[in-house]
Design a protein around this ligand. Structure first.
Ligand code: SAM
Length: 308
């Protein structure tokens, strides 16, 4: 296995203070910690599992642009499309653009925003990667999997270990994976970390009680390993520390609130409602005291198809 040295970005973001860079060595790939922060959470149109602030969204896409510098974007596949990735990628000088989503509502939302940008050769498809016929025989120079891994749980549970093998025949040259390290499991060493974890757990509990499947995020190391096992060579991997804002606290807890009418047990509903508001109050205060909740990270992983 090739050893890859990933540079540690020390560039402070204009909106966010610098965070100490920490390397996470893994299987020969050092996952550099960047200094640009973002925020996230994952499902469908509900803002679960994707960047929760615009600055971070741009930091991740700027990172991909830098990694890609000097190469043509060519034929472009947005393999898990949504507003952010579609808006960014349809503005690139591509030869052709194809977006795939598993949800009709998602497709409608994306079409409303980027419809006028689509050229005759571009397409937005509703399909599922478990379907072998989806884009069969079509190859793209650049493929983007933007918060796709975590969302797979909502569309094809247990398919995550097969996802990158499924995408491999469609990748002509470059695959970029954007994801979110899980924050509802694992260490929570600070008060901010504990409240982010608490919010995520309560949100997911409400989704489950309302008969919905929460997203399931995977750590960057799992993704690197899975990519290598599927036949990709990882060339760069970088983490971007997250800072969750008050807007995120409200969006996640409101998502939980909206599920309550689907829960039958009224005693449980009352207890959940009171818990949601209690955590909201604490979250808002802590956000203001600490200028956001600093916890966890998103990541960008770049890879190419391993030569056979
Ligand atoms: C969290 S959203 C992606 C965020 C998006 N890139 C953005 O900019 O907002 C995940 C996307 O992956 C799609 N998706 C998840 N699992 C899928 C599957 N098995 N097949 C096809 N699309 C899937 C979802 O339908 C959705 O469009």
């Amino acid at each position: 296995m090739r050893t890859i040295q990933v540079t540690h970005s020390q560039k402070p973001s204009s909106r966010n203070p610098k965070t100490a860079a920490t390397a996470h060595p893994f299987d020969g790939v050092a996952l550099a910690a960047g200094t640009d922060e973002k925020s996230a959470q994952p499902t469908g149109l509900d803002d679960r599992g994707k960047a929760a602030n615009d600055a971070q969204v741009s930091a991740l896409f700027r990172c991909i642009e830098q990694l890609h510098a000097g190469s043509d974007w060519g034929r472009f596949l947005d393999a898990g499309t949504g507003l952010n990735s579609a808006l960014w990628s349809t503005a690139l000088p591509t030869k052709r653009w194809v977006g795939v989503t598993g949800a009709t509502d998602h497709a409608r939302q994306v079409t409303e925003r980027i419809g006028p940008r689509l050229r005759p050769q571009d397409r937005l498809l509703v399909g599922n990667w478990v379907d072998p016929a989806l884009l069969q025989g079509e190859v793209f120079d650049t493929v983007l999997a933007d918060y796709l891994v975590g969302a797979v749980e909502g569309f094809s549970p247990y398919f995550q270990p097969h996802l990158f093998k499924r995408l491999l025949p469609h990748v002509g040259r470059h695959l970029y994976v954007v994801g979110l390290d899980p924050y509802i499991v694992g260490d929570a060493p600070t008060e901010a970390a504990r409240i982010v974890r608490e919010i995520g757990r309560l949100r997911d509990a409400c989704l489950l009680l309302a008969d919905e499947g929460p997203y399931r995020e995977y750590p960057a190391e799992w993704v690197v390993d899975s990519l290598q096992g599927a036949g990709f060579t990882v060339t760069h991997a970088k983490r971007f520390p997250n800072r969750y804002r008050e807007k995120w606290v409200h969006s996640q807890l409101d998502m939980a609130l909206r599920r309550l009418p689907k829960i039958e047990d009224q005693k449980l509903v009352a207890a959940l409602r009171s818990k949601i508001e209690e955590i909201r109050a604490r979250g808002v205060v802590l956000c203001s005291q600490e200028d956001g909740l600093r916890h966890g990270a998103d990541y960008v992983i770049a890879c190419t198809v391993t030569a056979s």
